[in-house]
Design a binder for this molecule. Structure first.
Ligand code: AMP
Length: 220
């Protein structure tokens, strides 16, 4: 079982790295952000609550998030491992995650902390575009990761969109929330000796190599 967790500030590239790990190891990518974005499109009380919370950059209530995570991890495609991305975001969530793992008889696996400077993140946030069809990620502020044709996905021709929370105001809110709420969980996983620090300022493939070397080293 290859269980991988990413901890990273918003726009640090954890979505991209998660995709690289999931394709190489053929395991599902479980992103609480993606699950919540899907729910935010539903025409229901829950859908409107989630939409409002996501647009403001705040965190969705724990009891909702826990139920979504447990239900997702129970599915058969997680039995050989998975990448969990966006959860846990707080110490409370990390403690609850341990309980969920125990209930499902899963191990914590490896936790990767992507370290990156705030200046780099601000540039990425304003340029990030996502394919509404295949969810491929682009950055219009970076020559290497720009789409070939403006607003069109290179891979599937889908339309590219900008996330509602990819603006400076919501970014500052999410970054502040990340620092204050996520730092304690870094200590938590450091103490458990499952935390690996990754330099996220490097190009995508170099960041992936650092991660992949650790996955293969520990699993061999
Ligand atoms: P992300 O795609 O991981 O940046 O998440 C986008 C948004 O989804 C966040 O700003 C939160 O509003 C919400 N969200 C994602 N994961 C969690 C979580 N573990 N707990 C609460 N809210 C979350």
């Amino acid at each position: 079982m290859i269980n991988i967790m990413f901890i990273a500030p918003p726009a640090a590239g954890k979505g991209t790295q998660s995709d690289l790990v999931t394709s190489k190891y053929n395991i599902p990518h479980i992103s609480t952000g993606d699950i919540l974005r899907d729910i935010s499109k539903e025409d229901s009380e829950l859908g409107s609550y989630v939409l409002e919370t996501l647009s403001s950059g705040g965190l969705v209530k724990d009891e909702i998030t826990y139920k979504l995570i447990e239900n997702r991890l129970k599915k058969a495609d997680c039995k050989n491992g998975y990448v969990i991305d966006g959860f846990p975001r707080t110490l409370d969530q990390a403690i609850e995650y341990d309980k969920i793992l125990e209930k499902l008889n899963y191990s914590i696996g490896k936790v990767f902390l992507i370290e990156i400077s705030k200046d780099v993140l601000e540039k990425r946030v304003t340029g990030r575009r996502i394919c509404e069809n295949c969810k491929a990620i682009y950055n219009i502020n970076n020559e290497e990761s720009k789409p070939l044709v403006e607003s069109v996905c290179d891979l599937c021709g889908g339309r590219l969109y900008q996330r509602k929370d990819d603006n400076i105001e919501a970014f500052n809110n999410r970054y502040g929330s990340y620092i204050s709420k996520t730092e304690p969980i870094i200590k938590y996983y450091e103490n458990k000796k499952v935390l690996y620090k990754i330099d996220g300022n490097k190009p995508i493939e170099k960041v992936f190599k650092q991660i992949d070397d650790i996955i293969s080293e520990v699993d061999s």
